[in-house]
Design a binder for this molecule. Structure first.
Ligand code: GTP
Ligand code: SPV
Ligand code: MN
Length: 589
């Protein structure tokens, strides 16, 4: 039975059903009974497998098709009416042409199948900042994931207005040649076909909460960003908040749930996780920038997650979690992935569904982009502000990427404008989170290259405009970090993970004018002795090296930035070009 009487909603569902021709339409009410029934049905068809319910209650395993394991950026489109509004960083096609193309792929795609209608909310249901959507899908896996990642069901259906975001997903034949992830920002519509992988099919996440939402934010004066949000509690008991943008698989989940080194814990330092992937940022009543996490769960990278690197993430996955493309340990019906421990199972099934012996195989058992979908409330350090509708006030914004060389451990932008420049010139090595080559350095402004739903030049201007609106005295301070510098043998020099708190401490002190800095060619930097190394086997000289700015490498970098900026033509804000001139002049000094 339909959960709403909203005519616009019902008419759209009717239209989509006529095209896709499902046997049945089922509304998702969010009840535990319905979730249990869907889990049972998906287990009976092999779509998911129930794991050891004593060790991992409510946990399930799923494997995607082997050709369908990551976001597909070259098949992701922004279809606004004017090509120029999508900009040089997005794929574009004329909306009418794209609708016609998709229509063919969707026609009859749900024959013999069930269409599930998922009413979901991004943000706390009923809060002024929540936005609602409906995802239509023929995948129970998608339904179960959406029930973890977003707030789903009857309460949302009651709130649906005519401005709800429409999402249609059909697995079709999982045909990579006909896979499309398409956004029509002017129609509040998302269409995804021929995939079953997370970022391509959980339409509330990257499609809505970033691509569609960034477009809405541009029109309405707020921001949707690819950022974690955390609260840093200091020994005085104060909690100060920051948001950080790192590209996919570059450490957001890990930083958001960080456990401080022992010497810090003893003094009372603690990190509270508000969000690990997406931040919606607005000007609050006090005139400051406030960030809220529109999601309800974590879709986190499994490999590398262990009791040492991220115990809070691991704890989050011990109940009510769906694992995708990890190793199935047949001995005790649990899961495993590279980097979980040094004890891979011998009797196991790998992510492709083949028998796998972890002691003998030279092949990876879990896909490098294998993931867990875990309820946020499972996280031991989830912030008391997680369900606060207005979010938390930001004292700092941090950008960062994965750079073997060039980018130092940390530096601070001189002011907001410089900070926007610092975000715009971000570059990072590509990871397994997107299909294609891994380890190639590319520009990824604000970690939004794959997620900005409009012209990147307009997006940078929007950042500058937000800064003017808030004003210097109330703006968060902007920083850049890099945990990934390597030595000549390719090993990471900085220990990372929990020890990143040592850098966050400096960042927050700077944000509150509690410590000094050195003015360098690229911005403000700490002296090596300003980074607390208590209890850490890293020398001051090593930190000096990590903070070092190689002027030759940076001059090369500046050249690359100038070439990159040229792509944006008239839409490149002149302030950013001036910042680039300043950088080049500083490097010559
Ligand atoms: P998305 O979910 O794709 O947006 O990724 P994310 O930014 O949340 O990245 P995540 O925290 O899942 O980390 C991705 C990979 O980077 C994992 O394999 C981590 O083990 C590794 N990683 C995270 N933080 C650090 C760090 O401080 N140092 C090093 N060397 N590796 C890290
Ligand atoms: C990312 O790729 O940045 C992710 C995973 O967070 S996905 O949901 O696939 O986009
Ligand atoms: Mn992400």
């Amino acid at each position: 039975m339909a959960l709403t009487t909203n005519k616009a909603v019902l008419a759209w569902i009717d239209e989509m059903a006529k095209m896709t021709q499902p046997d049945k339409i089922v509304w998702i009410d969010g009840s535990q009974e319905q979730i249990d029934a869907l889990r049972a049905e998906a287990c009976s068809t092999g779509e998911i497998e129930q794991l050891n319910q004593e060790k991992l209650p409510g946990c399930y395993l799923h494997r995607t098709a082997v050709n369908d394991v990551a976001r597909v950026e070259d098949r992701t489109f922004i279809c606004c009416r004017k090509k120029e509004n999508a900009g040089p960083t997005n794929n574009w096609m004329d909306p009418q042409e794209m609708y016609a193309k998709l229509n063919k792929l969707y026609t009859g795609a749900m024959k013999g199948r069930t269409m599930y209608v998922i009413p979901y909310s991004m943000g706390v249901v009923g809060s002024p900042f929540a936005k609602y959507g409906i995802e239509l899908t023929d995948s129970i896996y998608v339904v179960l994931n959406m029930c973890i990642m977003t707030r789903v069901g009857t309460a949302v259906a009651e709130k649906l207005g005519d401005d709800f975001i429409k999402g249609l997903h059909a697995k079709a034949d999982i045909d990579p040649e006909n896979r499309y992830i398409v956004h029509f920002p002017e129609d509040n519509t998302i269409m995804s076909v021929n995939s079953g992988y997370g970022g391509n099919v959980l339409l509330g996440k990257k499609c809505f909460a970033l691509r569609i939402a960034s477009h809405l934010g541009h029109e309405q004066g707020w921001m949707a960003e690819h950022m974690l949000i955390l609260g840093l509690q200091n020994p005085a008991g104060e909690v100060r908040y920051l948001a950080a943008a790192f590209p996919s698989a570059c450490g957001k989940t890990n930083l958001a749930m960080l456990i401080p080194p022992e010497a810090y814990r003893e003094k009372g330092w603690k990190v509270w996780c508000v969000g690990d992937d997406i931040a919606w940022i607005r000007v609050g009543e006090d005139g400051r920038l406030w960030a809220m996490n529109p999601e309800y769960g974590f879709f986190g990278v499994a490999p590398g997650t262990n009791v040492k690197s991220n115990p809070n993430a691991l704890a989050s996955t011990q109940k009510g979690t769906i694992f995708t493309n990890v190793v199935h340990n047949l001995d005790d019906n649990t899961v495993w992935w590279e980097g979980l421990d040094k004890n891979p199972p011998e009797h196991a099934v790998d992510w492709k569904g083949n028998p796998w012996n972890g002691k003998e195989s030279t092949e990876k058992g879990a896909h490098p982009n294998s993931r867990f979908t875990a309820p946020a409330i499972n996280c031991p350090c989830i912030s008391p502000e997680f369900e606060s509708p207005k979010g938390v006030p930001l004292s700092a914004i941090v950008f960062g990427g994965r750079r073997a060389k060039t980018a130092p451990l940390v530096y601070q932008a001189r002011d907001w404008e410089h900070g926007v420049f610092v975000g715009s010139i971000m570059a990072s090595e590509t990871t397994a989170a997107a299909a294609g080559a891994v380890g190639v350095v590319r520009r990824d402004p604000m970690a939004m290259l794959p997620f900005c739903g409009y012209h990147m030049g307009d997006y940078w201007q929007h950042w500058l405009d937000m800064g003017k609106k808030v004003g210097a005295d109330k703006l968060p301070k902007i920083f850049n970090v890099n945990w990934f510098r390597t030595d000549d043998e390719g090993h990471f020099i900085w220990p990372g993970f929990g020890d990143n708190l040592r850098v966050l401490e400096w960042i927050m002190k700077r944000a509150f004018d509690e410590t000094g800095a050195v003015d360098t060619a690229i911005g403000f930097q700490p002296k090596a002795e300003d980074i607390n190394l208590e209890g850490l086997d890293v020398s001051k000289e090593t930190v000096e090296g990590l903070l070092g700015v190689d002027k030759e490498l940076w001059a090369e970098e500046a050249k690359g930035i100038r070439e990159y900026y040229a792509k944006f033509g008239d839409k490149l804000p002149k302030e950013l070009l001036q910042q680039l001139d300043t950088l080049e002049n500083n490097l010559k000094k």
